[in-house]
Write a protein that binds this ligand. Structure first.
Ligand SMILES: [Zn+2]
Length: 309
């Protein structure tokens, strides 16, 4: 009788692994740096090592499976990663089968933002609904879609790329080849860039710009203008998502969340203006903060073995 699963969150700079039981109780978490610079074999060895350590401690008999969240697009059928900026050497490697083969256990690969959305749906802000969208607002903007309690992946795992929705036609150029992508106009990186353009400082974090927004002077006014722009751009994108999905919940997570009080009113206003679905369902539709922070992906990865056959 399986009692727990193991979730892995492979970030840009570190590796975290956790043993989590069926009810969502975290038994143990391991985190640390990994040999990213040393390439594929070093990273695979670190992943397998972390899993083995937890499995040895909690027992192979009770292990339901292993979920691995990674940045990049996942081709589920083949168990490979494509399009990963952070881990280029893992692209097109049969990473699922390599990990699975070394451990003799079932492994499920998943995109990290999809895993975070699943985590919020299992144990976080989305516990009470079956359908939600999560937008992760960090260096870029990513996200995940949970429909009927399951991750909506699209044909080849590329669904939920909200960061590359056009927010500003003809806007800032983006690495994806488009111009005016949402992440160029509403991510934490975009906040830093706007602060620089407005001569508030060279490398301010989103948190710094949040702190400046509290000031009762011209600097504060400029900082609040940045959050207004961020809010309006997010509001436009969320309006489109509400019209598309008619889901009850749209969650935001990541580095811009501390400034919620400054961007949320603008976001909600624009979402109302632009989405008739939102206006018609104000009591049934919520835009809210995610609650699991950067643990969401770890929980979501660990949940995969319970729901994926
Ligand atoms: Zn883009």
């Amino acid at each position: 009788m399986p009692e727990y699963s193991i979730g892995i969150d492979l970030g840009g700079t570190n590796l975290r692994a956790a043993a989590i039981d069926r009810s969502g109780h975290m038994l143990e978490k391991i985190s640390g740096a990994t040999g990213f610079a040393e390439g594929k074999d070093a990273v695979l060895t670190d992943i397998v090592g972390a899993i083995s350590k937890l499995r040895d401690k909690y027992g192979a008999d009770g292990l339901a499976g292993i979920g691995v969240g990674v940045p990049g697009f996942i081709r589920m059928k083949e168990g490979i990663i494509t399009g990963s900026n952070n881990l280029p050497y893992l692209e097109h490697v049969p990473i699922r089968d390599e990990i699975s083969g070394r451990l003799g256990a079932r492994v499920i690969l998943e995109n990290d933002a999809n895993a975070a959305a699943l985590g919020e749906s299992w144990l976080g802000a989305g516990r009470d609904v079956d359908d939600l969208v999560l937008l992760t607002l960090g260096t870029g903007i990513g996200g995940g879609i949970i429909a009927n309690g399951r991750i909506l992946r699209g044909a080849v795992g590329m669904a939920g790329e909200f960061g590359h929705i056009t927010a500003v036609p003809g806007g800032n150029p983006c690495g994806c080849g488009n111009q005016g992508c949402l992440e160029k106009h509403a991510s934490a990186t975009a906040v830093t860039a706007m602060a620089r353009l407005m001569q508030l400082g060279e490398d301010l974090s989103a948190k710094d710009v949040f702190d400046l927004a509290k000031r009762d002077d011209v600097v504060g006014e400029k900082a609040r203008a940045i959050w207004r722009v961020v809010g309006e751009n997010l509001g436009g994108a969320i309006a489109a998502l509400i019209n598309t999905f008619n889901f009850p919940l749209y969650l935001l997570s990541g580095g811009v969340l501390p400034a919620w009080e400054y961007f949320e009113p603008h976001m909600t206003r624009v979402a109302r203006e632009r989405s008739f679905t939102f206006r018609a369902t104000l009591n049934e539709t919520r835009i809210a903060k995610a609650t699991l922070g950067n643990e969401a992906g770890l929980y979501g990865a660990a949940y995969l073995p319970w729901i994926e056959k």
